[in-house]
Design a protein around this ligand. Structure first.
Ligand code: NAD
Length: 511
């Protein structure tokens, strides 16, 4: 562990406020966050939280750096992101392993998360030459009309524990090529990953003789997070986290007429039709429900299977669950690591009990595994006769609720009858059924997959969901527009001043 931390510049005690290589600011009144390994409870390191003085220092640095950074041509900004992508490539394995160590996801998933960070950098480099605006035909002769996109300012990025790196990168790589500077408040559960990432950005900023583009503020949500959310100097808050916190954040940003991008909880389902390829379905369910110990926003939480195949599907899925090795996420044989903390374990155990009290049948697992450690659990499979309110909640744990249906319309109705709208999937070999699921009356989610599970997404598409998931979009496609301000420009190159809508403002035509 020591050599891994050394490679990433992590010490036993770390500062948590930073704007560049020489910009690690001292604590000055802030408290300490202790980062522990969920696998064995050992302390990995400590990080100082930002005091109000260091907060001000970082905000002022992010604001002044913005004034210079926004003037740099976007393709030149892209060169810095190209180098950031390369620096992440060099750190792919150690950073992925640190994510596993601190958060508990298995190493291939930790490394996959860093790969996602690299991928978004590659995307952002291309984007730096494609921040296109439209040209419109003016209704007035001798006029030209077009729109252009300008950087918006320092962007506040608040992230969740379960993806300690990728959502920062989705925001930071895109915002940086857009000409914004970034102030990151990572989850207090994963501060060391944030320190490691800041070290990588520092190296790249120093190579480019700059600082203050990527800034870090480690601290608790209700203190530093809250201050950032309410800060008028931050025109945009991009928030990733639970629905309950997102609701508060959204209100506070709206109250100061700021902009927010909200990436909140999901309650993702797979519909399995009678003609589905069961082999494919089982693989997708296993990764979707058990991967990251059920702690992904896109985790498969509900399986809605046709009554003619539901029993076979349950047997097959249970067979796969029985082969899941649970243990240290850095052990290559392990498929499922620990939960993140005691509260998460308690929430899971309570939900499993509530489901049974409400008529559900526990078919598999759902128990603590104290012999492995206090944060280890068995993944649970629960057959539900109907979609009770508990099933409509996001319990952030590996619990899979299985329900059955007779008609596709009923399946879609069950599917959509939850408050969240993030990721969705159907397994079918019938193109009509697939198109039905994708039609306007089909899935109401931001992500809809056919013969692919709910979990995970490529960076090229816009990522996010509807309803209580918050409506935000990040990462690929045209999500970059959220990080810029649009300006509509009209130029008159004649000696006349015609008004729009043909208005005559001369007073001469009065009767
Ligand atoms: P959380 O809401 O507890 O915390 C998220 C972040 O918000 C943390 O950095 C926290 O410090 C901060 N925070 C807490 N209170 C705050 C406040 N009052 N003001 C400002 N910031 C505050 O979420 P979590 O437990 O870390 O993460 C799990 C949740 O995140 C799940 O619901 C999951 O579905 C969701 N999530 C969503 C996505 C997505 O892209 N849709 C991705 C990952 C996680």
């Amino acid at each position: 562990m020591k050599s891994l931390l050394e490679k990433l510049g992590i010490q036993e005690n770390n500062r948590g406020s930073c704007f560049g290589t020489d910009g690690w600011i001292s604590n000055d009144g802030g408290s300490l966050i202790i980062s522990t390994n969920p696998t064995n409870g050992e302390i990995i390191g400590t990080v100082e939280t930002a005091s109000s003085k260091s907060y001000e220092h970082i905000l002022s640095k992010a604001s002044t750096s913005f004034i210079n950074w926004r003037e740099k041509p976007a393709p030149q900004r892209g060169q810095l992101i190209r180098d950031l992508g390369n620096a992440l490539r060099e750190n792919l394995e150690p950073l992925g392993e640190l994510i596993s160590l601190e958060m508990g996801k298995i190493a291939p998933e930790g490394i996959g998360e860093v790969q996602e960070m690299i991928d978004i950098c590659d995307f952002a480099v291309g984007l730096s030459r494609q921040l296109y605006g439209l040209t419109m035909h003016s209704e007035r002769p001798g006029h030209r009309m077009y729109e252009q996109w300008h950087p918006i300012g320092p962007v506040g990025v608040i992230t969740a524990f379960n993806f300690p790196g990728a959502p920062w990168a989705w925001n930071a790589a895109i915002a940086a090529v857009c000409g914004d500077t970034i102030v990151w408040k990572p989850s207090e559960i994963t501060p060391l990953t944030a320190v490691a990432i800041q070290n990588i950005t520092n190296q790249v900023m120093t190579e480019h003789e700059t600082s203050g583009i990527f800034n870090l503020l480690v601290g608790n949500g209700p203190s530093i997070g809250q201050t950032l959310v309410q800060d008028k100097r931050i025109p945009l808050i991009s928030f990733t986290g639970s629905i309950s916190t997102g609701r508060k954040v959204s209100k506070q940003v709206a109250a100061r007429l700021g902009r927010s991008i909200l990436e909140l909880g999901g309650n993702n389902a797979i519909i399995v039709t009678q003609d589905a390829d069961i082999d494919l379905t089982v693989q997708a369910v296993l990764f979707g429900a058990v991967g990251t110990t059920g702690q992904r926003c896109t985790t498969t939480r509900r399986l809605i299977a046709h009554s003619s195949i539901v029993d076979e599907l349950i047997n097959r899925v249970m067979g796969e669950y029985a082969n899941v090795t649970i243990g240290d996420p850095l052990d290559t044989n392990v498929l499922m690591g620990p939960m993140v903390n005691e509260e998460a374990v308690n929430n899971m155990v309570k939900a499993v009990q509530r489901a049974q009290d409400s008529g559900g049948t526990l078919l598999y697992g759902g128990k603590r595994l104290p012999e492995l450690g206090p944060l280890f659990v068995e993944p649970a499979i629960i057959r539900m006769p109907e979609q009770i309110p508990l099933v409509c909640e996001e319990t952030f744990a590996p619990i899979l609720y299985i329900m059955d249906y007779e008609k596709l319309d009923d399946a879609i109705n069950i599917h959509n009858s939850v408050p969240q709208g993030l990721s969705s999937a159907i397994f079918t070999s019938n193109i009509n059924t697939a198109e039905n699921f994708l039609s306007v009356g089909g899935s109401d989610c931001g992500i809809a997959n056919v013969n692919i599970g709910t979990s995970g997404a490529e960076i090229g598409g816009a990522f996010g969901g509807e309803k209580d998931t918050g409506g935000g979009r990040e990462s690929g496609s045209d999500a970059w527009k959220g990080y810029m301000r649009r300006q509509t420009v009209t130029i008159n190159w004649t000696n006349n001043l015609p008004l729009s809508q043909g208005i005559k403002f001369t007073g001469k035509e009065k009767s």
